[in-house]
Design a protein around this ligand. Sequence first.
Ligand code: AMP
Ligand code: GLY
Length: 422
Amino acid sequence: MKVLVVGGGGREHAIVRKLKENSRVTELYCLPGNGGIARDAVCVPVSATDLEGILAFAKAHQIDYAVVAPDDPLALGAVDLLEEAGIPCFGPRKNAAVIEASKVFAKDLMKRYGIPTARYESFDRLDAALAYLRTAPLPVVVKADGLALGKGVIIAQTRPEAEEALRSMMEGKRFGKSGERVVIEEYLEGPEISVLSFTDGTTIVPMISSMDHKRAWDGDLGPNTGGMGTVAPNPFYTPAVAARCMEEIFLPTVRAMAAEGRPFRGCLYFGLMLTKDGPKVIEYNCRFGDPETQVVLPLLKSDLLTVMQAVTEGRLADCPVDFSADSAACVILASKGYPGSYEKGYPITIPADLEAEVYIAGAKEQDGQLVTSGGRVLGVTAVAPTLSEALERAYAAADRIEFQNAYCRRDIGRRALAAKEG
Ligand code: AMP
Ligand code: GLY
């Protein structure tokens, strides 16, 4: 089978590695991939948002199955285009990807179907948004409607700060069209839980839960990033919480999307906050999370391609999806300065005998040598019977990888460990 993965980060590297385990996969391509993925799949420099380029490649190489991983091509309709050309795909169509691509859509959907989330109002006019802000309780959360590379959320402690966020989104067009509409919502508190799920539009199977670490610095301080590390499972996701999420959030969301004529097939990601009133949805993503995937897929015991095809063909109810009872930890090695400006082009040395998986995110091959090319350079994932062992092994491996200006958080998993002991 000829399989194509669209995307080029650490998440795609983890997907590629897992797909490779299936012996039916004879040719594996990644568009555009990166210098590290190139060691596991044939990478071709076609941008993940070049839909015509992707389609042309898929046709020319007679691709049998495609996995579209990032949000942008999904929101642009990559799956629609490939499916119309007769190429089966993993990923939602454009009309379902809107669950991530428009926060106003997602919030209105939750309101209509009684799915627990932060209270909110949405605005497409600055004067109305500013008027509402005058009475909103603090802190207050301001979100750009559209995709903004994970940077479209401002948690404002003061009204001037919130006003500045609104102005930069709606007047300054800081996020282009994405910020023309905004959501202003209630600030929620509690531990965050990520749950990725497989769904074929009817059946939903949650994967093992995980915890992201979004802030750049130790102690959850500093600017928001794409994610500095993850652990799985998430200790706050107890069987009781899981049951409640299934009944109040997961099933209602899948049914709501089907009822709206937007059946969701693919990986539906629930960003949850466990508040004192129970679990609430912070955000939906229409795809695998990054770096959640780097801890979730290493724990998947079932064959990924088999599960993905069951999703595509609407057979998920008959497809077993099993996870290991182990724990996994992923530590991201970033370029110092990320998510702000940073230097790149530094050679990376990875020992051959690491007891961990290394997923490359921001590196390219230059004269036979891997060199840094992005903010998040790579993720180091270790799997072990307990979370503390997994963390120990991930850090031990990360500390043996070298490149100039490498930076990582030293406290990944600390909150999860404390919760387990507490
Ligand atoms: P998002 O881009 O929607 O994932 O938001 C980024 C981060 O902002 C989330 O992971 C939360 O930590 C935080 N956040 C988003 N919405 C809220 C909210 N209503 N209350 C508190 N924190 C929030
Ligand atoms: N780790 C969060 C995300 O993928 O959006």
